[in-house]
Design a protein around this ligand. Structure first.
Ligand SMILES: [Zn+2]
Length: 190
């Protein structure tokens, strides 16, 4: 066994004046100095045991531009999905409650409040208190499926189950609902 394999890997926080926090890792198995930026935007500098830390820091300084450019790219990757969600939420808030209210009026349902939710478990739900929750991704579905989900939840105000009475009620307000239900299964909540 060579001596280096028995030495531990050590880590130290270092604050670079330009790029910010950097983890300096002394790794006995490392053969050369290397820099890494991970998906959580953590910068790490690996320095082999036999190389002085100042040599590693000089390498870090020579790569500052690359680190900053890489950090900026990671940031873009992180921000895009949440921006999409915010846009979707705004669209959902503008479109879904008025349509739900219209469908409820048309078919004689009364709900308390409607909430737009960001979840991956359902397109909609109805609480025992008479509130309707709608998934913000509902706005990405075809309109007949949006209506189907809303009418389905409205029917739960009167029938809190999926029994024959529920399906008869749903069929009366949404003819051909079984086909729509089947169609909806093709869409995954993402
Ligand atoms: Zn249901």
């Amino acid at each position: 066994m060579c001596i280096s394999s028995r030495l531990p890997v050590t880590e130290k926080q270092y604050i670079d004046p330009v790029v910010g926090p950097v983890v300096i890792r002394r790794n006995p198995r490392a053969r050369r100095i290397s820099l890494r930026v991970n998906r959580r935007k953590e910068v790490s500098l690996t320095v082999p045991w036999l190389v002085p830390v100042r040599t590693g820091l000089a390498f870090l300084e020579s790569r500052r531009e690359w680190i900053l450019a890489t950090l900026a790219k990671v940031k873009v990757q992180e921000e895009t999905p949440s921006q999409d969600i915010e846009m979707l939420r705004a669209k959902a808030k503008a479109q879904l409650p008025p349509r739900l209210s219209e469908l409820a009026d048309k078919h004689g349902f009364q709900y308390r409040q409607v909430f737009i939710k960001n979840n991956r478990s359902n397109w909609g739900s109805c609480s025992v208190r008479g509130n309707i929750n709608l998934n913000l991704r509902l706005v990405t579905l075809p309109e007949d499926l949006q209506d189907y989900v809303m009418l389905h939840e409205l029917c739960h105000l009167k029938q809190m189950n999926h029994g024959p009475k529920f399906h008869a009620l749903l069929e009366s307000v949404c003819p051909g609902h079984a086909a729509l239900q089947k169609e909806l299964r093709k869409y995954k909540i993402r």
